[in-house]
Design a protein around this ligand. Structure first.
Ligand code: CP3
Length: 351
């Protein structure tokens, strides 16, 4: 039994596929730029300062929960943080996103990557988790930790930023399989240790983000170049002793192969209806998702039927309402609050 706050909350019950008093809901990127209070802090501090200062990271994590009745907090950090400890230099350019200053360009570069323990290289995030977990005890809400999956982190390390075609990553993968194996193995080691450390610091569940794998790879390449490493990561992260959420996008064509890597909860995108995801995933897994993020920019009369359709076709136990990917900065805060209240007001299971 975990002593983390929120162990018996609606969200944790859904992770364990137990009946819950309401369908739990949180949104990826709920701590971020759609919130005026986030933008206010961000005006005063750089992204790197926020990431390196546990008190500020804790404050940003709690901001969305102060005004919206989300069922969980997710620690404010960024996917690329573990790369810093491995020896890569990350910067954040306003409006563009993260940038790796000297991306990996030869197989030799991979041999120079360090594999430090999380306690050494990711201390500020672990400290922020301790602060938030202590703060959430009274409210009984769980805190989620997270890490990127090895493929998604490899794309940043090799391309240097967000990519369209993943040309360099896939060229490395196809042309230098031994170097690819060394890179993915190092990433698995660092990420597994980070996930376990987050649970020890107070995270009640952990999400693994494979944000770009489905955009980049077809099924055969996924099975050959990614699946073995994701299996290793989920297997090693079991030592955390908390539920694991397996997130990806664009993977509808091979969602069963993604699920086979591990995780109690599958976080699915909007490219396939909930019903079809359920059919392919079976009854063993809880499901998180699957509203299209852009739908939240539409009027409520367009949003409500989409939310209804998801709730009507979701499993009666083991559904966590979420978007299929992160909330967009343009989203109205009132729309988000209305969505959360609407999902809470609907009893779990079909009407
Ligand atoms: O609320 C939360 O979800 C917690 C915090 C969080 C951030 N990044 C903060 C952030 C989480 C979980 C992430 C994960 C992350 N980061 C992912 C995986 C999720 C996904 O969307 O697929 C990825 C791919 C990244 C990399 C990244 N970081 C990108 C592509 C960008 C730029 C685009 C964007 O949305 O800004 C970032 C920057 C970033 N990470 C911001 C925040 C709040 C914005 C920074 C700013 O204020 O300028």
């Amino acid at each position: 039994m975990s002593s983390a706050p929120g162990a018996d909350s609606a969200l944790m019950r859904a992770c364990r596929r137990e009946a819950a008093p309401h369908t739990p809901i949180w949104l990826m990127r709920q701590a971020g730029r759609y919130l005026p209070e986030y933008r206010a802090i961000r005006e005063r501090h750089s992204m790197l300062t926020l990431l390196a200062t546990p008190e500020l990271a804790a404050e940003i994590t709690l901001q969305p929960l102060r005004r919206i009745d989300f069922d969980a907090a997710i620690i404010f950090s960024d996917l690329l943080q573990p790369l810093t400890g491995m020896g890569l230099e990350i910067s954040y350019e306003d409006g563009i996103g993260p940038h790796v200053d000297k991306p990996l360009s030869t197989p030799r570069d991979i041999d120079f990557l360090a594999v430090p323990p999380a306690a050494e290289s990711l201390g500020p995030t672990l400290r922020a988790i301790e602060i938030v977990a202590a703060d959430l005890v009274g409210g009984g809400k769980p805190l989620l930790g997270f890490a990127g999956a090895p493929f998604t982190l490899a794309t940043y390390a090799v391309e240097g930023g967000t990519s369209r075609a993943f040309t360099k990553t896939k060229t490395l993968m196809y042309s230098e399989p031994a170097a690819w194996d060394r890179l993915m193995t190092k990433l698995v080691t660092v990420l597994a240790d980070f996930l376990v450390a987050q649970a020890r610091a107070g995270a009640a569940a952990l999400q693994v983000f494979d944000s770009w794998v489905g955009v980049a790879l077809g099924k055969e390449d996924y099975i050959r170049y990614v699946q073995p490493y994701n299996r290793q990561l989920f297997t090693a992260a079991k030592a955390a002793g908390v539920p694991l959420i397996n997130f990806s996008t664009g993977t509808a064509a091979y969602i069963a192969e993604v699920a086979a890597c591990g995780g109690e909860v599958m976080s699915v995108d909007w490219r396939m209806p909930m019903e079809d995801y359920r059919q392919r995933l079976g009854e063993e897994k809880a499901i998180q998702g699957n509203l299209e993020p852009v739908a939240l920019l539409a009027p409520w009369r367009e949003i409500a039927p989409r939310v209804d359709a998801i709730l009507d076709s979701a499993p009666a136990v083991g559904h966590i309402f979420n978007l299929g990917h992160g909330i967009l900065p343009e989203t109205g805060v009132d729309t988000v609050a209305r969505l959360v209240d609407y999902v809470h007001a609907r009893k779990g299971g079909p009407r």
